[in-house]
Design a protein. Sequence first.
Length: 258
Amino acid sequence: MPGIPVALIRTIPDSFDRALTSDPSVRVDVGLARAQHDSYVAHLEASGCQIVTIAPDPLHPDCVFIEDTAVVIGDTAVVTRPGAPSRRGEVGPVATTLSRWFRLLPIEPPGTLDGGDVIVTSDRVLIGRSSRTNADGAAQLREFVSEAGLEPIEVRVDEGLHLKSAVLPLDPETVVVARGAVEESALIGYRLLYQDDSERFRFSALPLPSGGVLVTSSAPRTITDLISQGYQAVPIDISQIQAVDGGLTCMSILVNIP
């Protein structure tokens, strides 16, 4: 969809040190997390995005991970129903903002769907079946995607929180994969590159509207490989975001508005 590139974000609440994490021993520095988030937003703005900020909610420590609350396909924002019940209160403010530009389509119970399990390309939509996205939620999205004239492809997620924990798009044809973490046979038609095994789940990527790819500095070997293949990699430190299983795609919803 042509238009103005916009990045929807939510800033980090004071309660961010209570965000959900697969490692309960993790201790998050909220001040450092905010500084890293500010750097992330500055990169989006420098790439040409207009920033639309939704206020943080201290009752929802994970609210900075705005990607999980909605999936935009064409003129429709699919409003998700997060797999973690504690996160379902994050959805409302995001849906209200998106309704300024898109029609809304909710995922209905008992379906669950996290936006981090969805990759939208020009003709296909990958839908990750993870611990956060169930069969019913995937089926509801699959039906809508088919009606929209795109091909829905379900991908089993064997390791990692979300599909995008293990499959990171660089461009419409290329993804970087954590080897063995997902059902790779479902990725036929994409060019697969692999994270360095020593950096498993430390790599994240977000293509920027102006060109180049924002990447996590915690995966230098993978970054070196991407540069050797001609990608303009822009490293950024988001260690405190990664400490609670977050990545670069999680912290924004990138859309084009008329």
